[in-house]
Design a protein around this ligand. Structure first.
Ligand code: GLN
Length: 539
C-alpha cells in the first residue's frame, strides 16, 4: 500500500481543537491497525517554540531528541503511540532558515529565490522527509492557523501541490470548521463553513471531509446543506460535538464512522482492533471516578489554560490510574506572596511546583514548598520546582539563609543551584539548554525506585541550571535522599525527603512522557499519596 496522507486545515476561528482532532484521527486510525505519524506545520517565523512566551503560546513541548515544539505535539503523543522528533514540527522559521542557508551556499545556481517554488518545495521536502520511514502507513499533517491567514499561504500551496503529486487515492484534506449556534435565531449556522471552504477552494484545495465543531448535533438537513455548498457528499460532513472529556473524542469519531469514511476515501486496507482498552483505561475512569483529591499547582502562568498543559494532563492520567477525579487548584505564586500560604493551600491533598524561568513569583513557590514539607502534604517539584525545593531546604533546614540559584542572583554565598562551567560560555538563548532525553540511575529503596520499579530510566529535560554537588553531603546528612543521578556527569536528577509521606522533586520533566492509558509512575504515585492525604483530612 503506498503511503497515505491526510492534511488537516482549519477555518472560521482558531482554538477549534484542531490539534486534538488530528490526534484523535491518529488514534482511530491506529485502532484500525495502521501505523500513523503526525506532523505539525506552524506558520510562525520563530525557528522553534523554545523562545516563545507561554503567555502567548502555551507550553513548550519537549521531545525525546530535545526539540522544543508546539504543544500540539503533546496531544499527538498522548493520544497515539507515536514518539515524535524535531522533524515532526515544521515552522516557517525552519523553512526559511534552510532556504536562505542554501541560497548563501549557492545551491540555487543564479535563480531568483521565490516563495513559489522554492519555499513551497522546501515545505514539501520537509513533509516528505518527516514521513519517509517505511513503517508508517499514514501521515497526518496539521496546518496551524486558520485558512485566510497570510503566513499560512505557502503551506496551503504546498499541500495543494502535494495532493496532486500524490494522487487522489493517496491524499485527502480534512477541513475543520465551526458551525455556531445563534441563540437569537435558535439555529445552527452553516455560512461560516461555506465561506471558509470557499476560501480554500480559491487557492485550489477542495476538502474531502468537513469536520464541524458544534455545540449541538447536526441534523441530516444541515449536513446536506453543508455538503451541497461545500461540494462534498453529506456522509463526508462529520460532526465534532463539544465534549467535556477530550479523551472521549476518538470514541465519538468512531461512532460517527470517521474511520470508515477516511478508509473509503484513501482506499485503505485495514483491520479493526477497536478502542476497548482506551475505553476501559482512560474514558471510564475519567467519566466515573471513585475517589477525589485536590492538587494545588503553584506557578506564574496560572490564568492561562495551556501554559502547563502536559502537567495538567499528567495529573489527570495519575487520576485515571487511581480511579480518582483530580481537582486542580491553580494558585498564582504571587498571590501566595500577597495573601499568605495558609489561605491558599490549606486543605489540598498535594502541591505541585512546575518548571519556570525568571524571578517573578519564586518566593511564593518557596513558601508553598515549605508549607508542604512541614505539614506532610505530598509534594512534587519539577525542574524549577526541584531547584526551589533545594533552596527552601537550604534556607529553612540547613540555615543557609541566603541560599539561592545563580539564575536569580549572583551575590549569594550559597549558590545551591548554579550553572556548570560548560554552560557559562553560551550566549544565545535558543536551543542552548540541557534538552531532551538523558539517562538517570535510581537508588534502590527510594520512592523513585518504588515508583518506576527499575534502576535505569530516561527522561526529558529543558533547563540550564543544576544542583551544586558541593552541598550534597550537607543535604544528605539532614534527611535528603538523592535518589536519581545522571551517571555520566554525576548530576542530581531527583531529590526526595526521608521523613515525609511523599516529597519528591525531579530536574527532568516527567509530564512529557505521561500517557492517559499509561500514567507516568511519578504522577501515579504522587496522586496516590495525595488521595490518602486528602481522604485523611476530609474523613
Ligand atoms: N530556569 C531553570 C533552569 O534553566 C528551570 C527551567 C525549567 O524549569 N524548565 O534551569
Amino acid at each position: 500500500m503506498p503511503k497515505k496522507y491526510i492534511f488537516v486545515t482549519g477555518g472560521v476561528v482558531s482554538s477549534l481543537g484542531k490539534g486534538i482532532a488530528s490526534a484523535s484521527i491518529g488514534r482511530i486510525l491506529e485502532s484500525r491497525g495502521l501505523k500513523v505519524n503526525l506532523i505539525k506545520c506552524d506558520p510562525y517565523i520563530n525557528v522553534d517554540a523554545g523562545t516563545m512566551n507561554p503567555f502567548q503560546h502555551g507550553e513548550v513541548y519537549v521531545t525525546d531528541d530535545g526539540a522544543e515544539t508546539d504543544l500540539d505535539l503533546g496531544h499527538y503523543e498522548r493520544f497515539t503511540s507515536v514518539t515524535l522528533t524535531s522533524s515532526n514540527n515544521i515552522t516557517t522559521g525552519k523553512i526559511y532558515h534552510s532556504v536562505i542557508t542554501k541560497e548563501r551556499r549557492g545551491d540555487y545556481l543564479g535563480s531568483t529565490v521565490q516563495v513559489i517554488p522554492h519555499i513551497t518545495d522546501e515545505i514539501k521536502s520537509f513533509i516528505k522527509m518527516a514521513s519517509s520511514h517505511k513503517k508508517f502507513d499514514i501521515v497526518i499533517v496539521e496546518i496551524g492557523g486558520t485558512v485566510g491567514d497570510i503566513e499560512g499561504l505557502p503551506f496551503l500551496e504546498a499541500i495543494r501541490q502535494l495532493k496532486i503529486d500524490l494522487g487522489r487515492k493517496n491524499a485527502i484534506n480534512i477541513h475543520m470548521s465551526l458551525v455556531p449556534f445563534i441563540k437569537a435565531a435558535s439555529e445552527l449556522k452553516t455560512k461560516p463553513t461555506q465561506h471558509s471552504v470557499g476560501k480554500l477552494r480559491e487557492i485550489g484545495i477542495q476538502p474531502d471531509i468537513i469536520l464541524c465543531r458544534t455545540e449541538l448535533p447536526l441534523s441530516k438537513k444541515i449536513r446536506e446543506k453543508i455538503g451541497l455548498f461545500c461540494n462534498v457528499g453529506p456522509q463526508a460532513v462529520v460532526q465534532a460535538i463539544d465534549v467535556k472529556e477530550i479523551y472521549e473524542i476518538p470514541l465519538i469519531f468512531r461512532q460517527e464512522g470517521l474511520d470508515n469514511i477516511i478508509a473509503d476515501k484513501l482506499y485503505l486496507r485495514c483491520k479493526d482492533k477497536g478502542l476497548d482498552d482506551w475505553q476501559r483505561k482512560v474514558v471510564e475512569p475519567a467519566l466515573y471516578p471513585k475517589k477525589e483529591t485536590v492538587i494545588a499547582v503553584v506557578g506564574k502562568y496560572i490564568e492561562l489554560q495551556d501554559a502547563y498543559k502536559s502537567i495538567y494532563e499528567a495529573l489527570r492520567h495519575g487520576g485515571f490510574s487511581n480511579s480518582a477525579r483530580i481537582v486542580i487548584k491553580r494558585v498564582d505564586s504571587e498571590d501566595i506572596e500577597k495573601k499568605g500560604v495558609e489561605e491558599l493551600l490549606s486543605g489540598v491533598g498535594g502541591v505541585l511546583v512546575p518548571g519556570g524561568f525568571g524571578t517573578r513569583g519564586i518566593e511564593g513557590k518557596i513558601s508553598a514548598i515549605r508549607f508542604a514539607r512541614v505539614n506532610g502534604i505530598p509534594f512534587f517539584g519539577i525542574c524549577l520546582g526541584m531547584q526551589l525545593a533545594a533552596i527552601e531546604f537550604s534556607r529553612n533546614v540547613l540555615g543557609l539563609r541566603d541560599a539561592h540559584s545563580t539564575e536569580f542572583t549572583r551575590k549569594t554565598k550559597n549558590p545551591v543551584i548554579f550553572l556548570l562551567p560548560s554552560q557559562r560560555a553560551k550566549k544565545n538563548l535558543g536551543a542552548t539548554m540541557r534538552l531532551g532525553l538523558y539517562p538517570c540511575r535510581l537508588k534502590k529503596e527510594t520512592k523513585a525506585h518504588a515508583a518506576y520499579g527499575r534502576e535505569l530510566i530516561h527522561e526529558r529535560h529543558r533547563h540550564r541550571y543544576e544542583f551544586n554537588n558541593k552541598y550534597k553531603k550537607l543535604f544528605g546528612n539532614s534527611g535528603v535522599l538523592f535518589s536519581g543521578i545522571y551517571p555520566k556527569r554525576n548530576l542530581v536528577e531527583i531529590m526526595e525527603l526521608r521523613n515525609h509521606p511523599w516529597f519528591l522533586a525531579s530536574q527532568f520533566h516527567p509530564e512529557f512522557k505521561s500517557r492517559p492509558d499509561r500514567a507516568h509512575p511519578l504522577f501515579r504515585e504522587f496522586i496516590k499519596a495525595s488521595i490518602a492525604k486528602y481522604e485523611s483530612k476530609t474523613a
